[in-house]
Design a protein around this ligand. Structure first.
Ligand code: CTP
Length: 412
């Protein structure tokens, strides 16, 4: 935290009193804290409290320019290493999601390019309201990181989710995020394309074919690549998990949509990871109206979908290509066959019949193959740790490829 400039945004929730402890802990940890309060927050805790704890002037009014040499909201937005909104009320989250800048804090949030962290705190029903949840989803997609509220007794008398995380935990969270931002980032300047989830192949307006993919493995890979410094685009089909923050998300439905989304971004990509479970077949026709029950049997003709990975393998020039092989038998044989057929640099194979592996689980057991055979055999690990290991291997291979290219004066 030493030497970091943190703008601490305090909104008008009862948890504003906890923001005083947060301000104190951040200052003690060596950060320079500039507190910006909303008008409502000042009704709950006096600005003098924050001024005494931060040893800095507290800002409330956008037009209260303390230094004529600068425009203070832009100056703070530019100087911040991070903006931390705690407590983040439903109202402030709504303003952030829609880009409203009608006070000092919301204006700074719109003007800053620094990472934004928010610790929501509100009544359980306000937190669960679809409007708040939609705002959280939008903000997550834009890269805002949330320090999730805890479950417990709320000031309004309800028991549920909505209590602002404790100041110590918020400080810990921020320390980890700053440390992560400062560790060498092997994928800095690289563009990574990750596909995740199961494609949806529509039969009629109310029915479709899909598969059990949850998107977890692809999300873990996208998050790991983001933390390794890459600019990540995540092409997500049907998923059952919240979308990761800090990556650009492109939603798709069918294999054909995914093909279009992937191919149009392929030329720019350095690393492509095809973790999605793409349906091999789709209904030959999508009925415009709901199909009515007519007899004892119904025949549906399925036609083959394009193999996206195979097409990427054909078009590959400089991209590093990773495919997946989810199998229930003959893992090595099938994985190696896919690697050669689809011209991949690596194939991540997992036996989905094993309990700790595959669809919907939080863990995975994978073996990674290259053109020679198995190169990395991992034990049961969380999907996030599995993603870390796969990325590290890919990074080693990518930099070895770049060194070889440099040695012969061009690309190999
Ligand atoms: N894949 C793809 N497009 C398809 C099918 C698969 O891009 N139409 C990709 C998947 O994203 C994965 C890899 O190919 O990275 C292997 O997927 P899998 O379904 O296991 O392979 P298939 O080639 O379809 O083989 P099979 O279903 O016969 O096992």
């Amino acid at each position: 935290m030493k030497g970091k400039t943190i703008v601490l945004g305090v909104c008008g929730g009862i948890a504003a009193y906890k923001a005083a402890a947060l301000c104190s802990k951040l200052t003690q940890a060596g950060a320079k804290v500039h507190v910006v309060m909303t008008e409502s927050a000042t009704k709950l805790v006096g600005p003098v409290t924050f001024q005494a704890l931060s040893h800095e002037a507290v800002r409330v009014d956008t037009f209260d320019e303390l230094d004529p040499g600068v425009i203070s909201h832009i100056d703070l937005a530019d100087r911040a290493d991070a903006v931390v909104v705690a407590p983040a009320t439903a109202n402030m989250l709504a303003k952030m999601a829609t880009g409203i800048a009608d006070d000092m804090l919301s204006t700074i949030l719109l003007a800053t390019t620094a990472p934004v962290f928010a610790a929501p705190a509100m009544n359980v029903h306000m937190y669960g309201h679809p409007a708040t949840q939609a705002n959280l989803a939008v903000l997550r997609e834009r890269g805002v990181e949330f320090i999730e509220p805890g479950v417990g007794q709320l000031a309004c008398g309800y028991v549920g989710k909505g209590r602002m995380e404790e100041p110590e935990k918020i400080v810990e969270f921020l320390k980890e995020r700053f440390a992560a931002m400062e560790t060498p980032r092997p994928l800095s300047g690289k563009k990574v394309l990750v596909t995740a989830g199961g494609t949806v192949e529509r039969l009629d307006p109310v029915r479709y074919f899909t598969n059990d993919s949850s998107g977890k493995m692809g999300f873990a890979l996208a998050e790991a690549a983001r933390d390794h410094g890459a600019e990540v685009t995540l092409i997500a089909a049907r998923v059952s998990e919240p979308l990761p923050a800090g990556v650009q998300v492109v939603r798709v439905t069918s294999a054909l949509d995914m093909e279009e989304a992937v191919l149009s971004r392929y030329a720019d990509a350095d690393l492509v990871i095809k973790a999605a479970a793409v349906a091999d077949y789709r209904p030959a026709e999508t009925a415009p109206q709901k199909i009515k029950k007519t007899g004892d049997t119904l025949q549906v003709t399925l036609v083959k979908n394009p193999d996206i990975l195979e097409e990427l393998g054909r078009r590959k020039d400089r991209q590093f290509l990773i495919g997946f092989a989810a199998e229930t038998d003959g893992l090595e044989k099938h994985a190696m066959d896919k690697l050669h057929r689809k011209n991949c640099d690596l194939v991540v194979g997992n036996d989905v019949s094993r309990e700790a592996a595959g669809f919907g689980t939080d863990t995975n057991i994978v073996t990674v193959f290259d053109k020679e055979g198995p190169v990395l055999e991992l034990p049961v690990l969380s999907k996030r740790e599995t993603a870390e290991r796969i990325l590290r291997l890919a990074e080693e291979r990518m930099s070895a490829g770049e060194r070889a290219a440099d040695a012969c004066g061009g690309r190999v």
